[in-house]
Design a binder for this molecule. Sequence first.
Ligand SMILES: NC(=O)C1=CN([C@@H]2O[C@H](COP(=O)(O)OP(=O)(O)OC[C@H]3O[C@@H](n4cnc5c(N)ncnc54)[C@H](O)[C@@H]3O)[C@@H](O)[C@H]2O)C=CC1
Ligand SMILES: CC(=O)C(=O)O
Ligand SMILES: [Mg+2]
Length: 611
Amino acid sequence: MANLHTAAHNHRIRHPTNLPAPTDYDTSLTLEARKFLKTYGLTPPGVDTFEKQSERCLAILNSRKTPIEKYQYLSVLRNTNVHLFYRLLAENVKELTPLIYTPTVGEACQRWSELYTQPEGMYLSFEDRGNLHSVIQNWPHDVEITVVTDGSRILGLGDLGINGMGIPVGKLSLYTACAGIHPLKTLPLCLDLGTSNESFRNDPLYLGSRREKVTAEEEKDFLDEMMAALTERWPGIVIQYEDFKNPFPSLERYQETYTMFNDDIQGTGAVILGGFINAVKQSGVAPADQRAVFLGAGSAGVGVAKQLTEFFMKEGLSEDDAKRRFWLVDSQGLVTNDRPGKLADHKIYFSRDDNKGKQYKTLEEIVEYVKPTILMGLSTIGGAFTPKILSRMAEMNDRPVIFPLSNPSSKSECTFEEAIKYTNGKCLFASGSPFPTLNFGGKDLVPGQGNNMYVFPGIGLGAILSKAVSVTQNMIYSSAEALATSMLPTELQDHWLYPDIRRIREVSVIVTRGVIRAAQRDGVDRELALRNISDEELEEYIRQRMYDPFTEHEKVERELVDLAEKVMTNSPMSPKVKPADALGGAMTNGNGTGQRRSTVTSRPGTSGGRK
Ligand SMILES: NC(=O)C1=CN([C@@H]2O[C@H](COP(=O)(O)OP(=O)(O)OC[C@H]3O[C@@H](n4cnc5c(N)ncnc54)[C@H](O)[C@@H]3O)[C@@H](O)[C@H]2O)C=CC1
Ligand SMILES: CC(=O)C(=O)O
Ligand SMILES: [Mg+2]
């Protein structure tokens, strides 16, 4: 019996102390199953269906007044009933994503220490250097993917130190929801390397160290040790860097040695390229005639400009012609060769020499000078695309591309409403954080969300399934191409630049396939059997490998039935009882009708094949 009981936990989320797992308290478990799990009496006597559970959760969520209160409720749900959380998310992805990710995750990070209630990831401190290997042993599960931040540039909110943990937690929730990485195989990781945020250092509730941010050299040594320790414990682990203030050195240092990528440079570059490919088709402007002004020349700005440069080159421009389509602007104005002071290394590639000694400072004068077809915002400056600038874009272009991409919403360079109003509905629009649908001229206009959430899940899953030794530039580029091809004809007809977020799982399958194929072309894949199957077979393989909270729940129930069968067979007391009876209908819908649940096939976004 003890062995059977242990086996019963194989598919469930185990509590580290071997108490019943949180999911063992699921109110949809039958009374007999509860007796079997020794949770009988510890939950209310009624037996729920998923529909009832979902109704209750959504009602509670609606009763929470503010987004942060909703975020807190959803965090508790993820920690206490993980499959229910992901079932709810799968069925309400458009409504719930803004609550677990941008914009709400921004406030959650700002208030992480103030609101802290439960562990949700691993913290590695600078003081642990030399011992990272043994600290990492404390994580109780096998890990396939980690998202790591040092909290030093959280969205557009600045250095939030260890409060940045909300970002790995949020990104990995999306990995599970969008790409079906099993929740137990994910590791949210936050580094405590000090913080430049003085108010946090002086805040009694702040849960990180009060030291100043360590030096670049100290950070490098720490990351060297961390990368080795993670890969030693979990060979093949995929490591996603997120929201580091200066992430270029680590990307350069590790990208060929480890299976890693930087989401802000590479993922953002890919997702914007994916939407841009569609925007170029709709604007009708040839690559050679494009002129792009980028407000923001940091990791995301340069990452996006690099991906678009590669696209222009594939469209026939020379490298020099392609990179000259870009005018980058930072806090000091237009990035030029002859600007006083030293340019940061990552800005040099795009720095301009055609300014004839003039230093353009404001966005308004730069727009007049360049006459852009494209305006990208990756500056963290909310409202920087003023009504005047937006109107000028519409005067100069039939279909100006306006992408205010900074997060969260408060940092967006303009709102969807402003962009539509001041361009008179002409703009091709995408923003980093979601904006509501807008009625303009009697038509409902749906804003695109140019957020790396459309690609990083597929990049990560593609790297895991192909067992890639590294994440190559072709894998990143292919994720963008695959995203662009994932659009439905109806979405293209409606002039959308990104697919409906409700189809995100199916989109992630297509992105993952593109990433795996690129890994194969580059010869970095180690799962060689995937080379010999057709694209359709590969997509089916990907779907099969994705965690599905609906079937996961059924798996648990099935396992209980199997166990009950063994118990019945071995027990002299009740040999005649059929397993399903013994569990009081654990395989039924819980309402006594004896019909199996139908949720597995009826939920949105997971049907086989593209529609
Ligand atoms: N939509 C998406 O998927 C993504 C959006 N982002 C957002 O992009 C923003 C920037 O991120 P990173 O590039 O990583 O940050 P970063 O700190 O590396 O770069 C910020 C850039 O903005 C410039 N800047 C600051 N103040 C300015 C001003 N007043 N005028 C002009 N430029 C100014 C800085 O000089 C710097 O070049 C953040 O808000 C982030 O949330 C980042 C990654 C993905
Ligand atoms: C979306 C994202 O990665 C960022 O804003 O940093
Ligand atoms: Mg980021």
